[in-house]
Design a protein around this ligand. Structure first.
Ligand SMILES: Cc1cc2nc3c(=O)[nH]c(=O)nc-3n(C[C@H](O)[C@H](O)[C@H](O)COP(=O)(O)OP(=O)(O)OC[C@H]3O[C@@H](n4cnc5c(N)ncnc54)[C@H](O)[C@@H]3O)c2cc1C
Length: 359
């Protein structure tokens, strides 16, 4: 069977779902092709929560977070669900990172507080600190599964077709456009958006992009304790550190407090993730030192994929009829509705964006 649409979107994760929402809302005919089921847990976008922050060392991402806030509200209004909570977020750790973040917050016109470790520990007894702490009230959390589900639902309401358990096998040139081949059908389109997450290198030669398996954990929260979203910054000798973090986390309703310690476990995205007790043990050791509000005797872990560029910048660019949307390196979700709009605009012939994002 062959079908024709304006745009094919490969992947129904955070980026594919929001791109489809924006394209369908703009009146384009869209087919979303996803190799697994709706809201599956094999990629990068599953789970209840993600940290939202405007506090970045690189002002490009503070600006992008700023643009994302009204876009989150637009999706909330279209879908009738709450997705972004600006409940406050902390940064502590590597001093140069804290200073650069403060400069970005000032440059972005954001309110914030700078606290001593003692004052911060008094205010947030669930965490330990040994450096200056920045508190950003505009940060907080977003609801991950709920967002992907909402974006897909509104995309469909605006006319998009959603095809799950439909793996794209090839993307071939077809006149000025493309033919996107799957087992059961071929989709002809003027443009294809490759928002395939950790599988992006199957469609575009990106030798520097790596895939790592992450293993965030949740701990029960001790009675009377609560956690803001938090980022613990590490020294700069870690590759891509300017946009990365050592440890991050937040409260997930009903699940406890989340902790992510970045791993460098390289993997093939097709390999099914298996929880590694050694990584959980590292997380427990970290929490015993830095998260007194976490009950480390009660812990659960899941696996998830990072798609990493060497400098942690995103790849959002267009070459002919193909738009590549690979914004991850462990920090893409907070921008998803805005990245959906940027990617849709590129697919509809709009301008290429930041040089940092080019192929
Ligand atoms: C543990 C963890 C914690 C994170 N924490 C944060 C955070 O706190 N804040 C934040 O902002 N970001 C965070 N991130 C990053 C964020 O979650 C990702 O950047 C984002 O989810 C990437 O979305 P995506 O749509 O690119 O990828 P995915 O959700 O993986 O979507 C890609 C989709 O393409 C599909 N696909 C691939 N190949 C094919 C094919 N051939 N045919 C059909 N479909 C295909 C896949 O099945 C998949 O569903 C975190 C990520 C992880 C893993």
């Amino acid at each position: 069977m062959t079908e024709s649409v304006d745009v094919v979107v490969v992947g129904a994760g955070a980026m594919g779902s929001t791109t489809a929402w924006q394209l369908a809302k703009a009146g384009r005919s869209v087919a979303v092709l996803e190799q697994f089921g709706r809201l599956h847990d094999r990629g990068s976008s599953h789970g209840q929560t993600r940290v939202f922050r405007v506090s970045y060392r690189d002002r490009l991402y503070t600006a992008l977070a700023t643009d994302s806030i009204p876009r989150w509200r637009e999706l909330e209004a279209d879908a009738g669900v709450d997705l972004l909570e600006q409940s406050g977020q902390l940064d502590h750790g590597f001093a140069p990172a804290i200073d650069e973040i403060e400069a970005s917050l000032v440059g972005g016109g954001y309110a914030y507080e700078r606290l001593s470790p003692e004052a911060a520990a008094e205010r947030w007894p669930a965490l330990n600190f040994d450096t200056t702490v920045l508190y950003s009230p505009d940060g907080g959390r977003v609801f991950a599964d709920r967002m992907v589900d909402a974006a897909l639902a509104v995309a469909e309401r605006f006319g998009a077709q959603l095809h799950f358990d439909t793996r794209v096998l090839a993307i071939e040139p077809d006149g000025d456009g493309v033919a996107v081949v799957t087992d059961g059908a071929t989709y002809r389109a003027g443009t294809v958006v490759v928002s395939a997450g950790a599988w992006v290198s199957r469609f575009v030669a990106l030798p520097e992009v790596t895939v790592t398996r992450q293993q965030p954990v949740h701990f029960a929260i001790r009675p009377g304790m609560s956690f803001p979203s938090y980022i613990h910054h590490v020294p700069d000798d870690t590759p891509g550190a300017a946009l990365r973090f050592g440890a991050y986390g937040l409260e997930s309703p009903g699940e406890g407090v989340k902790l992510g310690l970045e791993t460098s476990v390289h993997t093939d995205p097709d390999e099914v993730g298996v929880v590694d007790p050694a990584i959980t043990a590292e997380a427990i050791a970290y929490a015993d030192q830095w998260l007194p509000g976490a009950d480390t005797s009660q812990v659960s872990a899941v696996t998830c994929l990072f798609t990493n560029t060497p400098d942690s910048h995103f790849i959002i660019d267009r070459v002919g009829p193909m738009v590549v949307c690979s914004p991850c390196s462990g920090h893409g979700f907070k921008f998803a509705p805005e990245i959906g709009a940027i990617t849709a605009d590129l697919a509809m012939g709009g301008p290429r964006r930041h040089p940092e994002w080019r192929l």
